[in-house]
Design a protein around this ligand. Structure first.
Ligand SMILES: Cc1ncc(COP(=O)(O)O)c(C=O)c1O
Length: 418
């Protein structure tokens, strides 16, 4: 059995068989308890170091309304970071005040900007041209801009969002100009945001990025002749996807951040800007797995396990080579393992959940769990090969609630009857 916060749930074979029976497979299964633990752990770590702070849950990681609601119920001060009109809708439907939310778009259309402006959420802009487009709609009292600090970080090339190859943010060399234009156009208060990459487990990386953000903050403040209200260090907080990885030390991370704030702003923390974070993965990834059934076993040039969950259910491995552990449900003979390629039913050879994965021998009809699928699982799932998207359930001890129905084939063609 893998070393995982949901190990206890994974060992409840009958319980999981019942979920599969009742809701079908594949189904995303989330643990309410783990969601609550994650938000409590994070809010406790940040509040130990920062009195003025704000957590904006990054809705892109998982936009299920019941998931957002569970986080909000456990931590009432939660805001949301939204990057599309749909994510604003999800946050609002989950009961969040839009004034507690931030809209972080990129290459935003006028329509997107209008929706963000009308929503009342704070707006975090990706470029000076974004501001110029926004100006044709209206001038909010407060805005922030997204900094590209010139370098980024992340577990894979595809999730590094800072640096010379990044499509995001304003280069540190030119960001001051954006603030000057915004101020002269009537914006009164400002923040600075930066999200330079994702899935990083080393606290030191965040110290380096924070120093860079505060350097830019100082330059902006000196030029504007006024203090920034908020500094968002974005997120990128990783989780252990492998048995041997250690979790990110959150207390250490915020202590380091506090030290950097002290160096820049002095001892008196009442004069510091509010520290904002936009966590997605660290709140939801390890709260969910995909419960899936083996549909076909094949011995070819390699040994294949075919599941009813493929790249349409979990895009991350095909998209950027992400690794997810796969746990067999039921009797496990640790001495009887096989090296498999684990695939789905999609007509693409990139359809792999894992390659060269050592696990107990699998048989058709058996169940397994694709771990850590709570973040960027359902939210990245799609309909390729005209496969309807799966259902989602929330487990609260013995209770299982359906929190999203499985799509039907008919629903996929709703828009075609024109
Ligand atoms: C602007 C922004 N903030 C926050 C996040 C969430 O990142 P993570 O899932 O690493 O916490 C992302 C992810 O892409 C992002 O683009």
């Amino acid at each position: 059995m893998i070393n995982h916060p949901l190990s206890n749930l994974l060992s409840q074979t009958k319980f999981l068989e019942n979920i599969a029976e009742q809701h079908g497979t594949p189904t995303y299964v989330y643990s309410k308890r783990r969601l609550e633990e994650n938000i409590s752990r994070l809010s406790s770590a940040i509040s130990q170091s920062f009195t003025k702070h704000q957590i904006y849950y990054a809705v892109k990681a998982n936009s299920n309304i019941q998931i957002i609601r569970t986080l909000k119920n456990e931590f009432n001060d939660l805001g949301c970071d939204c990057s599309s009109p749909g994510e604003l809708f999800a946050a609002s439907k989950a009961g969040l005040n839009m004034s507690d939310c931030v809209y972080t778009g990129n290459y935003e259309s006028l329509e997107d900007l209008q929706i963000a402006y009308d929503s009342g959420a704070e707006i975090n802009l990706d470029d000076l041209n974004s501001f110029k487009r926004l100006k044709t709609i209206g001038i909010p009292d407060y805005i922030s801009f997204r900094l590209n600090p010139g370098k980024g970080h992340g577990q894979f090339k595809g999730i590094i969002t800072g640096g010379k190859n990044s499509k995001f943010g304003i280069p540190k060399e030119t960001i001051v100009e954006a603030y000057n234009v915004a101020k002269s156009s009537g914006v009164k208060k400002f923040g600075l945001q930066c999200h330079a990459g994702s899935s990083t487990l080393d606290a030191k990386t965040f110290s380096d990025i924070t120093k860079q953000i505060l350097k830019s903050a100082r330059e902006i403040e000196d030029n504007l002749g006024q203090k920034l209200e908020k500094i968002s260090i974005g997120s990128g907080f990783g989780i252990p996807y492998r048995d041997e990885e250690e979790p990110l030390d959150l207390e250490q991370l915020f202590q380091n951040t506090k030290r950097t704030f002290k160096d820049f702003y002095g001892e008196d923390n009442s004069s510091w800007p509010t520290l904002c974070i936009e966590p997605g993965r660290i709140l939801v990834a390890d709260t969910g797995f995909i419960l899936t059934r083996v549909t076909g076993i094949k011995s070819s040039y390699k040994e294949f396990v075919g599941l009813d969950a493929g790249m349409e259910t979990l895009m991350r491995p095909a998209l950027y080579g992400a690794f997810h552990r796969v746990q067999k449900i039921g009797h496990i003979d640790e001495n009887d393992t096989i090296i498999y390629d684990i695939t789905g039913r999609i007509c693409e050879n990139t359809d792999r959940i894992s390659e060269g994965y050592k696990m107990p021998e699998m048989k058709e009809g058996e169940l397994c769990a694709i771990m850590d699928s709570g973040a960027y699982g359902y939210s990245m799932s799609h309909n390729f090969n005209t496969r309807p998207r799966s259902s989602e359930v929330l487990v609260d001890e013995e209770e299982v609630s359906l929190i999203r129905k499985r799509e039907t084939i008919e629903e996929l063609f709703r828009g075609c009857d024109v």
